[in-house]
Write a protein that binds this ligand. Structure first.
Ligand code: IGP
Length: 263
């Protein structure tokens, strides 16, 4: 099961689908524009801590009943933001789970709606769930849809984390005007992880763009490596989810300096 299958399944689910309405409803206050980007703008590598109930590569990671409490734990331990899987079939999350986290008073940090976007209505859904940002995977869309997704996010006042995996995808993201670019270290076709992907692609991203290294980050040495290449944030799921003490683990990964101007 890899990215192409997941995206094909999403496309058929959204073709002809009616616009969904979140059962939980939006946040009492609408998403505040730019809060996700602002949370990644510190001097240390920010941690985007992920709530991922399961994954195609690792199987079950977290009982659903523990998902919201874990998001609270992440916020309390100093995560810059929380990422919540909205995909049900492959990752065990849901839009309602995103809404529960986004509406939780103890989750005081921005929330990323993590799904495979193939339709602009998903951006509206993310907004209605109270999310502050959406993930957009460049490999899953053509340039026209990429532009439409970013415009929809702008219109709704939410940020977009634009995920790339290759040099050509970084180019497409930058040309589309992405303000936050993620580099995935995991090849979503083979699940192989290589941190060199981040360090290699970083120099293709203009200085004004915020950068996130995604996947396969486990230790503070890993974070030091991406921090030394000027990454503003790290998206971390598995190593927090499988830790006996996620709060402690998260705290141990904080405080890594971002080294700017590595060209
Ligand atoms: O659990 P990890 O290896 O720390 O990775 C987190 C996150 O980067 C990963 O879940 C992810 C990155 N891009 C995605 C796209 C869809 C689903 C999941 C992902």
């Amino acid at each position: 099961m890899h990215l192409d299958d997941i995206v094909a399944a999403k496309r058929s689910a959204w073709t002809g689908a009616r616009a969904p309405v979140s059962k939980t409803g939006g946040r009492a206050t609408p998403a505040r524009p730019g809060t996700f980007a602002a949370a990644l703008s510190g001097t240390d590598v920010g941690i985007i801590a992920e709530v991922k109930p399961k994954s195609p590569s690792k199987g079950d990671l977290l009982p659903l009943t523990e998902a919201v409490p874990l998001a609270r734990t992440y916020a309390g331990a100093g995560a810059a933001a929380v990422s919540v899987l909205a995909d049900t079939a492959y990752f065990g999350g849901s839009p309602d789970l995103v809404a529960q986290v986004a509406n939780d008073p103890e989750v005081t940090v921005p929330v990323l709606f993590k799904d495979f976007l193939v339709d602009v209505r998903q951006v509206q859904l993310a907004h209605d769930c109270g999310a502050d940002a959406v993930l957009v995977i460049v490999r899953a869309v053509d340039d026209a849809l990429l532009a439409d997704l970013l415009a929809a996010a702008d219109d709704l006042g939410i940020d977009a984390l634009v995920e790339t995996f290759t040099e050509a995808e970084v180019d497409r993201a930058v040309r589309a005007g992405a303000r936050i670019v993620g580099v995935n270290n995991r090849d979503l076709r083979t699940f192989a992880v290589d941190l060199d992907n981040s360090t290699r692609l970083r120099r293709l991203i203009p200085p004004a763009v915020l950068t996130v290294s995604e996947s396969g980050l486990h230790t503070s040495a890993d974070l030091a490596r991406i921090g030394a290449h000027g990454f503003h944030a790290a998206l971390i799921g598995e190593s927090l989810l499988t830790s006996d003490d996620p709060a402690d683990k998260l705290r141990s990964l904080r405080g890594v300096r971002i080294v700017q101007a590595v060209r």
